[in-house]
Design a protein around this ligand. Structure first.
Ligand code: ADP
Ligand code: MG
Length: 610
């Protein structure tokens, strides 16, 4: 029945479907690829990079409405390729669908030049290095107007005149020159940031407004954003089996009220990804004023097979197959960078003589310094930490040992404690058997005793896991522990790490362990400790994305730490405070809880001002 109906219809109607002429198809595609002058800038500059240019020049007139020109010294094109490059779906960058999963170039869709040529008056000059003459092409609204041999520089120069001249609706839709130019600058910045080895210049209304020589990334950032960034950057560096992260983040003080200096690149491609942006800002948690956005330029390198960049024609939105893991690594990389460069307000702490030492690397390197500190911690318990703390914070012994090549600000900070601290200011007390409270140089410091101790133990255990073997106490009566098969397998998988923490055990029958030793400074029965560790490890696994070692260190730190509700002596409080501020990342526990905050004297003053 249905079939015969269909036949009648088909018979009664003339054929009406036709393929669109290329010029119209290209115009339609252009709607997606070229939204405004800045989109053309992006496409042309990315092509120059794909062509291996070491120098790229951008010329702009009337915010790109009159002229956009990109000149590169890349590989150039042959005469045929020059013609071909303007066809839709014409690309030299991929050949097969599989290539999509191995992308290393910026372009691959083969539609940018065709789209731009459909909506502008384009002039292309291009020459291969080994040819004497190059090719000149003039195209208007997809229509070839001129093609001839020409003398020109090696590389490619493409100028786009009167963008959208043939689509008045589009042209009228463009914003003011100020707005369009800021979009162009944005694209230029992103590309210049991602390629510091390439030299760039930007010429606006015949004036050279940016001239960026080939340099290192840090220098490129300074050249782009200003001299004051020089001392305000901390390097980010993290590598896992999945990905590698490099780049720089800005000190919290560098954060601005306006967004605009947040850059994440994936395989050198600038991307928009709120989720990853959130990973970065949440790592700053507690360090930023409200509504302030930190500077960051981070580069994620990941096997292209884990990424889909083909989501949108402009290619700024991408998909990761394992977004949560990427999030975790980004978060911890930023945390690490913030902590290890003392960008945190910990520098206000009265006893930050300790931190001063960490800033200077002479003659002990940072690592040596921590090794020394933590290996003595290994041998000791809370009692001995006090001594360590007294030694290192109270006296000048370490200062003699350490050359202080620091700024005026640091030096004055070092001198201050002795000058201004009276005995009463040094007072320390416990609040609600939960917080350690003491005066600091700038106000009052509140430390969460449990969180702080967890941070201290976490870093200590992590060091053990990374090589410094943990101390174990022999059990008088080794205990057996039977587990379910999954936990048993997990335990064996991490056997080496768990032993490094100070546990001693061997397999003792099916799904059963014989535990004969536990870490020295942790209290509890062998069985209870071991089960607790595995339990916490699994909990961490589902809630945090920590690498195995970090997870184990955090799990044991949680078990072994001083808890809320425990009464502490002044020495114990000093011990916790001192060791906390000797940590790499004193501000947070490994699972992201804050460990302390300071109540600034200015805030206190506010309470008393009418
Ligand atoms: P895609 O970059 O996606 O391949 P485009 O339309 O941007 O598509 O460019 C088409 C082709 O033109 C490129 O694959 C490349 O071979 C060539 N091409 C474009 N711009 C340049 C340039 N500046 N230098 C050399 N070749 C270029
Ligand atoms: Mg391209």
């Amino acid at each position: 029945m249905a079939r015969s109906l269909f036949v009648t219809f088909a018979l009664g109607m003339p054929d009406i479907i036709q393929l669109l002429p290329d010029s119209i198809a290209n115009q339609i595609a252009a709607g997606e690829v070229v939204q405004r002058p800045s989109s053309a800038v992006k496409e042309l500059m990315e092509n120059a990079i794909d062509a291996g240019a070491t120098s790229i020049k951008l010329i702009v007139k009337d915010a790109g409405k009159a002229l956009l020109q990109v000149i590169d010294n890349g590989q150039g094109m042959s005469e045929t390729d020059a013609r071909m490059s303007l066809e839709r779906h014409a690309t030299s960058k991929i050949r097969t669908a599989d290539d999509l999963f191995r992308l290393r170039t910026m372009g691959f869709r083969g539609e940018a030049l065709a789209s731009i040529a459909a909506v502008s008056q384009m002039e292309m000059k291009t020459r291969l290095a080994n040819e004497e003459l190059g090719t000149l092409l003039v195209v208007e609204g997809s229509e070839a107007k001129k093609q001839e041999l020409t003398a020109c520089e090696k590389g490619t120069s493409i100028s786009i005149k009167n963008l959208f001249y043939n689509i008045p609706a589009r042209r009228n839709f463009l914003k003011s020159n100020g707005v369009e130019m800021s979009h162009i600058t944005e694209e230029f910045q992103r590309i210049a940031l991602a390629n510091p080895a390439i030299s760039f210049s930007l010429i606006q209304e015949d004036e050279l407004v940016l001239d960026l020589p080939s340099s290192k990334l840090s220098q490129r950032i300074v050249n782009l954003f200003g001299k004051n960034y020089q001392s305000q950057l901390a390097p980010v560096q993290e590598e896992t089996s999945l990905l590698k992260i490099t780049g720089y983040i800005g000190r919290p003080e560098l954060a601005k009220r306006k967004r605009g200096e947040q850059f994440i690149f994936v395989n050198n491609r600038f991307i928009r990804n709120n989720y990853l942006g959130y990973a970065v800002t949440s790592a700053y948690e507690g360090l930023l004023q409200e509504n302030h956005f930190p500077f960051y330029a981070m580069f994620v390198e990941i096997d292209p097979k884990h990424v889909d960049v083909n989501v949108h024609p402009t290619k700024t939105e991408i998909k990761f197959d394992d977004e949560r893991s990427v999030y975790g690594v980004v978060w911890s990389a930023v945390k690490q960078a913030l902590g290890s460069h003392n960008l945190a307000p910990a520098i206000d702490f009265n006893a930050d003589v300790n931190l001063m030492n960490k800033v200077s690397t002479q003659p002990l390197s940072r690592d040596q310094y921590y090794d020394e500190q933590f290996s003595s911690l290994n041998r000791s318990n809370l009692q001995n930490w006090n001594k360590l703390y007294e030694q290192e914070s109270g006296t000048s012994r370490l200062f003699e040992k350490t050359e202080l090549k620091t700024t005026v600000r640091l030096e004055s900070a070092v001198n201050k404690p002795n000058e201004v601290s009276t005995e009463s200011e040094k007072g320390i007390f416990q609040l609600q058997q939960r917080y350690i409270v003491r005066a600091s140089r700038n106000g009052v410091l509140f430390i969460d005793q449990q969180a702080a101790h967890e941070r201290v133990l976490f870093e200590k255990y992590l060091l053990q896991l990374k090589g410094v073997a943990g101390n174990s106490q022999q059990s008088l009566f080794p205990q057996t522990l039977t587990m379910n098969a999954a936990d048993f397998a997990l335990t064996l998988e991490m056997e080496r790490e768990i032993q490094a923490l100070g546990f001693k055990f061997e397999v003792f029958g099916k799904n059963t362990l014989l535990i004969s030793g536990t870490p020295t400074d942790v209290h509890g029965s062998e069985k209870e400790l071991f089960e607790g560790l595995i339990e916490q490890f699994k909990k961490n696994q589902s809630e945090l994305q920590l690498p195995i070692k970090e997870n184990l260190a955090q799990a044991l730190a949680k078990r072994a730490s001083i808890k809320t509700g425990q009464k502490l002596s002044p020495e114990e409080m000093e011990g916790i405070a001192g060791t906390l501020f000797a940590c790499n990342t004193p501000n947070f526990t490994a699972d992201g809880r804050p460990t302390f905050f300071t109540l600034d004297s200015s805030k206190i003053e506010n309470y008393f001002t009418r």
